[in-house]
Unconditional design. Structure first.
Ligand SMILES: Cc1cc2nc3c(=O)[nH]c(=O)nc-3n(C[C@H](O)[C@H](O)[C@H](O)COP(=O)(O)OP(=O)(O)OC[C@H]3O[C@@H](n4cnc5c(N)ncnc54)[C@H](O)[C@@H]3O)c2cc1C
Length: 431
């Protein structure tokens, strides 16, 4: 595992202060307990509290400590590598379309919440671009565009190569999907702002308190915590992103942990600013060797990628990322990077979310797949409705199933690194 980097990110340096919360050292009762203070847990707690349901959210470390406070901050209302037709094929027409509708509206919801709760998180809704690195990928994007348009979405366009170069500053792409509702923000400041809004609406938030046990007694759930505090709840949401500390069996074994690295430049000199992404969009392209780029406050750029070997990757990746940006954006010299950090994204085999049944009235949800800002925010209101009893399981956009551990978890954990060794070749050979 790479070293712990939560407090080394640009988001930590520029995202304001930690959310202040009182400790839990007593036994308390609530309607709903949410375990995990990332975007999914916090959005659900906010919408529960706004609807008048009593909710306690318990976070092992601090709000945003997981993937939510370390990601690239690209607000992307699209599946990773899939389109609405894939969601239909996997979930059925009705459910698939409901999930796609939630995801498709996810960026609007994110920026609405930012405005409504006046969250200072450097939001920029200038659009998200997915450039095609090969003609076949452009055809794939065209297919996805049609699928989204068939669901009634507007604000999407397919750009030709010249327009893509003008918008990205990068020659060589074969066109791009542009989604005008997307953009970028400081994700740690965003999730902290959502948590403050949840508290203002009446949610109780507890930090530095790992939940160590979950058991059912009569018609209530009982949560034990490391600090000795106890919570009794009618319903429970495990919003732990299927992390290893999830207090229910089989959940962590259902996902592949994907190591993702982020690097932020120092503020670029004035003559270098605007060479990449002059219009302020965020970008993730179609390469298998993941490449994302976005502007950030102060004239910086933030870029993301993966490493095949995790040992020493944090030091190595800096060089690779600088080389890659220099190659993609002619004339842009970023010099060194000011911030380097790492996070773990939970990935499901079909890249779709999972709602796992933990017991009566208790669910574990993961909807990460490297694209969780829009979708996890949008799942919050729906999960809140379900947990408050307003809608039943059938109305959820993802079927509730028993936990399904991966068949070969160790092999699966090693797979992304091994696949990355071939990703460059795969990308070069793509027609
Ligand atoms: C490096 C990286 C870059 C990414 N880039 C993007 C991007 O640009 N755009 C995008 O949309 N998505 C991106 N993603 C994905 C996105 O960050 C995730 O989908 C999203 O943050 C997941 O939110 P979550 O609330 O489900 O989980 P998390 O944010 O991981 O939150 C889970 C929380 O549960 C807590 N927890 C775990 N066990 C316990 C326990 N026993 N008791 C109490 N608390 C517990 C953890 O401490 C953690 O804070 C990226 C992910 C990574 C790792």
């Amino acid at each position: 595992m790479p070293p712990e980097t939560f407090d080394r990110s640009l988001w930590h340096a520029t995202g304001g202060s930690r959310v202040a919360t009182p400790p839990l050292d007593e036994a308390i009762a609530t309607d709903v307990a949410v375990v995990g203070g990332g975007i999914l847990g916090v959005s659900t707690a906010l919408h529960l509290a706004e609807a008048g349901t009593s909710v306690v959210l318990v976070e092992a470390r601090e709000i945003g400590w997981g993937a939510s406070g370390r990601n690239g901050g690209l607000v992307v209302p699209h599946y990773a590598r899939l389109g609405p037709a894939d969601a239909r094929a996997a979930l059925g027409e009705d459910r698939g379309d409901r999930l796609s509708a939630l995801l498709g509206g996810g960026a609007e919801l994110v920026f609405d919440l930012v405005r409504r709760h006046r969250i200072a998180c450097d939001p920029v809704q200038a659009g998200w671009l997915c450039p095609a690195h090969a003609p076949s990928r452009r055809a794939g994007l065209e297919g996805r565009l049609r699928q989204w348009q068939a669901l009634g979405r507007d604000g999407l366009d397919l750009l030709d190569a010249a327009a893509t170069e003008a918008m990205t500053g990068m020659p060589g792409y074969h066109g791009a999907l542009l989604d005008r509702s997307g953009g970028h923000l400081n994700p740690l400041a965003y999730v902290r702002g959502l948590a403050r809004a949840a508290m203002a609406a009446g949610a109780r938030i507890v930090q530095d308190t790992p939940v160590t046990g979950l058991r059912r007694d009569g018609d209530r759930w009982h949560l034990d915590t490391e600090g000795g505090g106890r919570i009794s709840a009618g319903r429970v949401l495990l919003a732990t992103n299927a992390g290893r500390g999830t207090p229910a069996p089989g959940i962590a074994a259902g996902v592949v942990p994907l190591h993702v690295y982020q690097s932020a430049t120092a503020p670029l000199p004035p003559e270098m600013r605007g060479r990449a992404l002059p219009g302020g969009q965020s970008l993730s392209d179609t390469r298998a060797d993941l490449f994302s780029l976005r502007p950030a406050a102060g004239g910086r750029l933030v870029t993301g990628g993966m490493a095949s070997l995790q040992l020493g990757a944090l030091e190595r990746i800096q060089h690779r990322m600088a080389q890659r940006i220099g190659r993609f954006v002619p004339g842009l010299v970023v010099g060194g990077f000011e911030h380097q950090w790492h996070g773990v994204a939970s990935v499901t085999p079909d890249l779709l979310p999972r709602f796992w049944r933990v017991g009566p009235g208790a669910l574990a949800v993961t909807a990460c797949n490297g694209r969780g800002i829009a979708l996890n925010t949008a799942l919050g209101p729906v999960l809140a409705q379900h947990l408050s009893g307003a809608i039943d399981e059938v109305a959820l956009p993802v079927p509730v199933t028993d936990p399904q551990p991966l068949r070969y978890p160790r092999l699966s954990a090693a797979a992304p690194g091994a696949m990355l060794l071939f990703a460059g070749l795969h990308d070069r050979l793509a027609r």
